[in-house]
Design a binder for this molecule. Structure first.
Ligand SMILES: O=P(O)(O)O[C@H]1O[C@H](CO)[C@@H](O)[C@H]1O
Ligand SMILES: O=c1cc[nH]c(=O)[nH]1
Length: 326
């Protein structure tokens, strides 16, 4: 059987079954004609109220009134970064509340701020934390009937052959074996979901870079590890039985496969947004060049300044969109 939906993964090296896992030709339509998200889970319709437990909302609330105008969901690891991003967007868009309010404060788990059409949400570290947040955000967008949202991760990473402070816009996510898939055991069976980002959005984001920017912005593959230390070939964790040569051989192999940075969410982030039919992008700054070391040694001030760089690129993109759609 051949799938001819726009969801087909042309440059995905795996087999059709793996594509089918996250596509299923029958249910290929992922958005309603008005651009709102369709959730392909028949069980949801039997729920009287859907509790978005980690966000502290439920579907009985006026979610369209609260979030129906959301066009951009931007997420990143820390609560502080997402507050800073909300503040940045308040200045860029000259809109938003006088005082930023953490909308998920009831749940104490993540932090969420809303500035005009922008929702800024923290997701914690790693795929399990990020994927829980993302799935509840996808349900929130569905219940809110927010049309055609774009989801962007604003993150940090270790670079491969890039100067620290560089920005990488991911074209795909790869797991530790270099496969461009997100693997998830479901009912005891490991399933694979393709982890490719929207090419057009990624290219448009790269085009937001300006010559005068004091940092390069490039497109590249992103490896998502399940660990910060051994899982990213580091030699400085509490455990390590690989050598410096093993580490360098692995990192060089990733680099030759097109990986430009390493973080801990890209595969699941690409795969889940793709499965939901939502455009998404991963924009990360690099904190160090992993070909030269393992420790993050830049000062707090420098790291804070570098973390602003993805915000600058994404802020320009959102600002341009808002001007064109006034
Ligand atoms: O800075 P964030 O967005 O959390 O991203 C990166 O930093 C964390 C590890 O320090 C991981 O979550 C990794 O993906
Ligand atoms: O090396 C790094 C830096 C930030 N985040 C990561 O996951 N790895």
């Amino acid at each position: 059987m051949k799938c001819d939906c726009d969801y087909i993964v042309k440059d995905f090296s795996g087999k059709f079954e793996e594509h089918y896992d996250s596509c299923s030709t029958k249910g290929c339509v992922k958005t309603a004609p008005d651009g709102t998200l369709l959730l392909r889970n028949p069980h949801l319709s039997s729920l009287q109220t859907d509790v978005l437990y980690h966000l502290g909302f439920d579907s009985s609330q006026d979610l369209p009134g609260m979030f129906g105008d959301v066009k951009f969901v931007c997420m990143g690891g820390t609560k502080q970064r997402m507050r800073d991003f909300a503040e940045h967007m308040r200045q860029v868009l000259q809109t938003g509340p006088n005082q930023l309010v953490n909308l998920t404060k009831r749940s104490h788990r993540y932090a969420m701020y809303k500035v005009g059409p922008v929702l800024a949400v923290s997701h914690g570290i790693g795929i399990p934390s990020m994927s829980i947040l993302l799935q509840e955000v996808l349900k929130l967008l569905h219940y809110a009937r927010a049309p055609r949202p774009l989801v962007v991760r604003i993150g940090t990473s270790g670079g491969l052959g890039l100067p620290p402070g560089a920005v990488v816009v991911s074209s795909w996510g790869a797991n530790a074996s270099g496969e461009r898939v997100y693997e998830l055991p479901i009912l005891g069976v490991v399933r694979k979901f393709p982890s490719l980002f929207d090419t057009r959005v990624s290219q448009e984001l790269v085009s937001m870079a300006r010559e005068e920017d004091p940092f390069p912005t490039t497109l590249g593959g992103t490896m998502a590890a399940d660990d910060f230390y051994r899982g990213q070939a580091r030699l400085d964790g509490p455990f390590c039985d690989h050598s410096e040569q093993d580490k360098m051989a692995y990192l060089q192999q990733l680099r030759h496969q097109g990986v430009r940075n390493i973080e801990m969410e890209a595969t699941a982030f690409a795969a889940l947004t793709r499965e939901a039919g939502v455009r998404a992008a991963d924009v990360c700054v690099t904190f160090l060049d992993r070909l030269l070391g393992d420790q993050v040694t830049a000062s707090k001030e420098t790291l804070t300044a570098w973390q602003k760089r993805p915000m600058i690129i994404v802020g320009r993109y959102i600002s341009q969109y808002c001007k064109q759609n006034q």
